[in-house]
Design a protein around this ligand. Structure first.
Ligand SMILES: *Cc1c(COP(=O)(O)O)cnc(C)c1O
Length: 358
């Protein structure tokens, strides 16, 4: 069976060394040495001075919204993402206002943001979908003009660099997910990346119930992550260059074998890509379903990343049309991509796709 992704598992003796040390210390959670070490290594790796390791990417998004002091109102966002982007906004009792996407990179179209701003707008939340960059410069300009904070959902953007900086370094606050299916993972986990000490201190407090010993400062939540999760991160982080190199080679083999047969996003100049996903565009939804059925028959399971277009979620209070996102969502399929995917499997996937659409 070939799934869309497979978690990277480090050599077990490397992980067990950490586990024995954690058990020996008896310090299992609450900012133990593994969490502290992982935070330091991630800050260094990403070149971002303020980072909190948290329990998942979704809580990271919710904390990010709170860190911007947003308690209600509208948040401008993209309809083309994983559902957690929008569910976090709704969970924080804000309203998502959808702005359609660019046709080349499937990220929010900055040319359409200003028209969506109202007196009720509290923030812009872009998503670096598939690890492709939002137009951070254009968004920054609009945000400054309207005095709005920018939040980036960089759940898929770990190790993607844009204009010589980590994509996670842009915005007032950015988040990442370290879920087991993501390129770099801590089994479950995530990070909140802030750009000043004040926001960092605020996030640090919020994710620990809003108190420090007996002093209670503000409403908080439990966003902490454990020593065991941090230890997995410390093990996986070492292999990130190797993971990316393998994913790049596989992606290039897909490029070669599928040239002309399927559509592909076109990333902008200035991107140093992380090869987190390999999305292809089929002619239409019928072609997608045909291709998927042919692959499934051979025990190959790509995923409809991302479908449905989130402006069509059934629990939204009002309908907003986003024709480009809806069109892309109806015919985009993410092909299997993980560090040890054999090249023969890549060939089988491509042969099956080409046969199915012939
Ligand atoms: C994975 C993902 C999340 C959620 O992260 P979790 O760690 O699974 O909670 C949020 N946004 C996007 C775009 C994602 O891909």
């Amino acid at each position: 069976m070939i799934n869309v992704t497979k978690s990277f598992v480090p050599p077990s003796d490397e992980y067990m060394k950490y586990v024995f040390a954690i058990l020996e210390r008896g310090w299992l959670t609450n900012q133990g040495p593994c969490v502290t070490e992982l935070e330091a290594k991630l800050k260094q790796y990403l070149g971002t001075p303020y980072l909190n390791f948290v329990s998942n990417g979704t809580i990271a998004l919710q904390i990010a919204i709170r860190a911007m002091k947003i308690l209600d109102g509208e948040i401008i966002t993209t309809p083309f993402s994983y559902v957690a982007t929008v569910s976090s906004i709704l969970w924080e009792r804000c309203q998502p206002v959808f702005v359609d996407i660019e046709t080349n990179t499937f990220v929010i179209d900055p040319g359409k943001i200003e028209a969506a701003i109202t007196p009720n707008t509290k923030a812009i939340m872009g998503v670096h979908v598939y690890g492709y960059p939002c137009d951070v410069q254009a968004i920054d300009k609009i945000a400054k003009k309207h005095n709005l904070p920018v939040i980036y959902d960089g759940a898929q953007a770990f190790a993607s660099n844009y204009l010589e900086r980590s994509l996670l370094s842009y915005g007032e606050v950015a988040i990442c997910s370290f879920h087991a299916t993501k390129l770099f993972h801590t089994i479950e986990g995530g990070a909140v990346i802030t750009n000043n000490k004040q926001d960092y201190d605020n996030v640090s407090l919020m994710l620990r119930f809003g108190h420090n010993n007996d002093d209670h400062f503000q409403l908080g939540i439990n966003g902490k992550n454990s020593e065991f999760h941090a230890a997995m991160g410390l093990c996986v982080l070492k292999y990130v260059p190797e993971i990316i190199a393998n994913r790049k080679a596989i992606s290039e083999e897909y490029d070669r074998l599928l040239a002309g047969a399927v559509g592909r996003p076109v990333p902008p100049v200035g991107l140093e890509y992380n090869y987190a996903y390999y999305p292809v565009l089929l002619e239409n939804e019928a072609a997608l379903l045909t291709v998927r059925a042919a692959l499934n028959k051979k025990q190959i399971f790509p995923r409809r990343y991302f479908y449905p277009s989130l402006n069509r979620l059934p629990y939204l209070s009002k309908t907003q049309a986003c024709p480009i996102s809806e069109n892309v969502a109806s015919r985009v399929l993410s092909l299997p991509l993980y560090a040890d995917l054999p090249m023969e499997a890549v060939k089988l996937v491509c042969d099956t796709i080409k046969e199915a659409i012939a």
